[in-house]
Write a protein of this length. Structure first.
Length: 468
């Protein structure tokens, strides 16, 4: 409702018409003298009852009116003619009847509708995405023992880091193109996903030293590329269906020992399913309408997202080097982390509506950030203790990644990339110098990263313009 004079659709037209009728009535009064013609008295008979019935029928629409002219515009829109007004309701004109209705109906003004949360998260989708991040790890539980001990882990890690970096940058570029249409996003993914898989697979194969490891690296790179396509295009259920074989095989390890054929065949079946699903989805985007006159975005804006993917993958690998189960806990937490990103945006918009000063909003924004971090990090401490991991390292690493993702969600990409790369370089320097596992380099670097990123977040997202 834009104002008291536009209560119904077409209110502007009706207001103009009512004012025009008022002008016509004024001219008529000038022609007939200072006194208008005597109205036909409604009395207490059928005409008065007809006016009462009309007032009851239009009560919900006339009650918010602040002037009889609004009621006149409403009556005009209902198609009441002068003859009907005189013969049925006993009034001389539209305005006389409108005034009678205005006096009969008490004024009531409905409460404005409560604002909806534009960032309400999809709970099921966030939980599903967290599960999809963790399920591929079952492939390593199935086929890991078939890999040669020398060089396999190094090749898989290096290829995985390249895939993480490439897919993060490609995902950002595809999301930008998705704003102009699924056709443009599909073309970006169709060109970039195979290229990234080929690059990661080639580097990993060069470091493998055996045909079996090279095959595993190629399969890993192809799966990560296909999964990235499905996740960007919102086809999580297709990816979950493709992971059914490896999920069944991995969970069966708890009570059954499959043979080597199943250990290799089930991950391969999931890989083929993911690649086929990604190809089918990309083919479906070709039928989407093309957006006219859209310029292709440059590559530079996607670079910090790729660097962050490289840094995040390195930090996760360093954490898993000492406590492999901590990686599983961290991966499963990515679903709740994504859910909290939506909640932060929704709570920030609510804070923007309820505060009146810049300092008040900044304080509320900082409180929202602290609350979301507590909700996210709270369950990680008992989970780390449950899997015999270091809770301090896991909590600080999780906080680093979540605040980085939050800044990226608001378009602030270079600070997370720079801070996380610095933290990864500082933590990885211990490996190059031969430091033993369990040193404090990783928690120290993650702690410093959290402080820096939190300061950037309070400054950047504590402005109302960031949430417009």
């Amino acid at each position: 409702m834009s104002g008291p004079m536009s209560l119904e659709p077409g209110g502007a037209e009706q207001d103009t018409l009512a004012l025009r009728l008022a002008d016509d009535r004024t001219l008529a009064l000038r022609r007939t003298g200072p006194h208008p013609p005597a109205p036909i008295p409604p009395g207490h008979g059928p005409r008065a009852e007809a006016v009462d019935e009309l007032a009851a029928a239009l009560a919900d629409r006339t009650a918010p009116a602040v002037h009889p002219y609004e009621v006149a515009a409403l009556l005009e829109s209902e198609g009441l003619t002068g003859d009907v007004i005189r013969e049925k309701y006993g009034h001389t004109d539209l305005f006389s009847l409108a005034t009678a209705l205005y006096r009969r109906v008490p004024r009531t003004f409905p409460e404005p509708p409560r604002p909806t949360d534009p960032w309400r998260p999809d709970h099921l989708r966030c939980a599903l995405r967290g599960l999809l991040f963790a399920l591929p790890g079952l492939a390593y539980a199935l086929a890991g023992r078939m890999l040669p001990p020398d060089g396999a882990v190094r090749a898989l890690v290096v290829a995985g880091l390249i895939s993480w970096a490439w897919n993060q940058a490609l995902g950002h570029r595809a999301y930008v193109r998705l704003a102009t249409g699924r056709l443009e996003a599909g073309r970006t993914l169709a060109k970039g996903a195979p290229l990234g898989a080929a690059a990661a697979g080639a580097v990993g194969a060069a470091l493998s030293g055996s045909a079996v490891t090279a095959l595993a690296v190629t399969a890993q790179s192809a799966y990560l590329a296909a999964a990235g396509v499905l996740l960007v295009l919102g086809r999580e259920r297709l990816l979950l269906a493709a992971l059914v074989p490896v999920t069944v095989g991995g969970t069966s390890l708890l009570w059954w020992e499959p043979g080597n054929a199943l250990r290799a065949g089930l991950p391969l079946l999931s890989l083929l399913g993911a690649v086929a699903a990604a190809g089918w989805v990309l083919r479906a985007t070709h039928s989407a309408p093309a957006a006219p006159g859209t310029a292709r975005p440059g590559l530079w804006p996607s670079l910090p997202y790729g660097l962050f993917g490289l840094a995040a993958g390195s930090l996760v690998f360093l954490a898993g080097r000492d406590h492999p189960w901590a990686v599983i806990v961290l991966t499963l937490s990515m679903g709740p982390a994504e859910w909290l990103l939506y909640r932060y945006r929704g709570l920030s918009v609510a804070a923007l509506r309820s505060t009146r000063t810049l300092s008040g909003f900044r304080a509320r924004s900082a409180a929202v950030l602290a609350g979301c971090l507590l909700v996210y990090l709270g369950p990680l401490t008992p989970a780390a203790l449950l899997v015999d991991a270091e809770p301090t390292t896991l909590v600080l690493l999780a906080a680093t990644l979540w605040v980085s993702l939050l800044l990226q969600a608001f378009g602030t990409a270079w600070p997370p990339a720079t801070v996380c790369l610095t933290a990864a370089a500082f933590s990885g320097a211990g490996i190059l110098t031969g430091a033993p596992p369990g040193t404090a380099a990783l928690p120290l670097s993650c702690g410093a990263a959290v402080l820096c990123l939190a300061a950037v977040t309070v400054r950047q997202l504590g402005r109302p313009s960031a949430h417009g």
